[in-house]
Design a protein around this ligand. Structure first.
Ligand code: CIR
Length: 367
């Protein structure tokens, strides 16, 4: 595994990377597997394909697109099942393309209503959103062997935010009951897709009156934190607690305020490190987490004040993080580089999803 020392550069996929010493990734991922994440499974099975990659102009790098195609066409015979290389952290990434009604009808309750976002109120650019999402999928395909794409549904403007429709740990999936009525129907296609993945041996469905958005669920490999929010109620959290109890997963409820989801406030960079917003609401959440994990605490890294959306990071493998890109997040990039010197940071501009209260974790389900 090659390692590179860099400050700001592009990696071998044409993606922007900042700082850190990290392993390069091939199409199957080369991250080191951490022994403290006992519920990540690593068997390789054929890719499940529900739609071709989008035939838009949104091609960030020809190489990236080729890799997606390779993922979509791969069969078990193509995969390096016995290759002497570290396992990828994740086996599957489930994504869904952007609805044509995303720009006009997605729910936009939080981000744009906060001060300092005047210049972004011109609305969502659908083509740019598709471009950004395509690049996001391309990056996932570089690290995760099986990219499962679900067709978008134009009657469901927020359907790109697949994270909210399911929670998967190991081989068990919970189909959620999303907390906003306009999003409930999104679960149908997710259920159908998950039932085609043999790796999943148990799929259960949450029913009303329980509600839960996956954006409120933070699984670090050691604890399952569930945000009690406007979207997720105590019955939703209880459903997860009961479902995952048989895997010895410890579920901790965290009441949240001022943000859409728990993962708008805190996400994880590795199984010992949380990345949090630097606000009063963020501090309250971290206090609760600290209280509940005294025996086995986390290190907390705060993003720069005002960079709240950058606290939502995706762990691509044990040495690589996907983080919000753009010059306005430079201070946060510096903080993350200093705090996580052994990690490669890949940046992606995700402006159009931020306008709809989304971030990076919300557009995929990884397991
Ligand atoms: C909503 O309000 O439901 C969508 N506009 C945004 C959902 C973002 N989901 C997530 O971060 N998990």
């Amino acid at each position: 595994m090659a390692t590179t020392q860099q400050q700001t550069d592009t990696d071998d996929n044409g993606n922007n990377t900042v700082g850190g010493v990290g392993g390069s990734a091939n199409a199957f991922g080369v991250g080191l597997f951490e022994s403290r994440t006992p519920f990540y499974l690593h068997e390789t099975v054929p890719t499940r394909t529900f739609s071709p990659p989008p035939a838009t102009t949104a091609s960030p790098t020809a190489k990236g697109v080729l890799k997606i195609k390779k993922m979509l066409n791969s069969s078990v015979g193509d995969l390096p099942v016995s290759a002497p290389q570290p396992s990828p952290l994740w086996t599957f990434a489930v994504v869904r393309d952007v609805s044509s009604r995303f720009a006009s009808d997605s729910i936009q309750d939080f981000y744009l209503s906060k001060p300092n976002h005047e210049e972004e109120k011109s609305g969502i650019d659908l083509n740019l959103a598709r471009h950004q999402h395509h690049r996001y999928c391309s990056i996932l395909a570089d690290y995760i062997p099986n990219l499962v794409k679900i067709e978008p549904d134009d009657s469901l403007p927020d359907c790109v935010f697949v994270e909210d429709t399911t929670v998967v740990i190991g081989s068990t999936a919970v189909i959620s009951h999303p907390g906003h009525p306009s999003r409930v129907k999104e679960t149908e296609a997710m259920k159908e897709a998950l039932h085609k993945i043999r790796h999943l041996t148990k799929i259960v469905e949450m029913q009303s009156p329980a509600t839960l958005d996956g954006g409120d669920v933070l699984w670090t490999g050691r604890h399952l934190f569930v945000g009690l929010s406007k979207r997720t109620n105590a019955a939703g959290a209880q459903f997860l607690r009961e479902t995952f109890a048989e895997q010895n997963v410890k579920t901790i409820d965290i009441p949240i305020e001022g943000s859409l989801h728990l993962k708008s406030i805190v996400s994880h960079a590795d199984s010992n490190t949380l990345v949090s917003i630097d606000t009063e609401d963020g501090r309250k959440v971290i206090e609760k987490i600290n209280e509940a994990t005294k025996e086995d605490p986390y290190r907390v890294v705060c993003v720069a004040p005002g960079d709240d959306v950058a606290a939502n990071v995706v762990r691509l493998d044990s040495g690589t993080l996907l983080v919000q890109g753009g010059s306005k997040f430079e201070e946060t990039h510096r903080i993350l580089r200093d705090a996580l010197p052994n990690m490669k940071l890949i940046t992606i501009e995700y402006s159009e999803f931020i306008k709809a209260d989304g971030a990076l974790t919300c557009c995929s389900v990884l397991f």
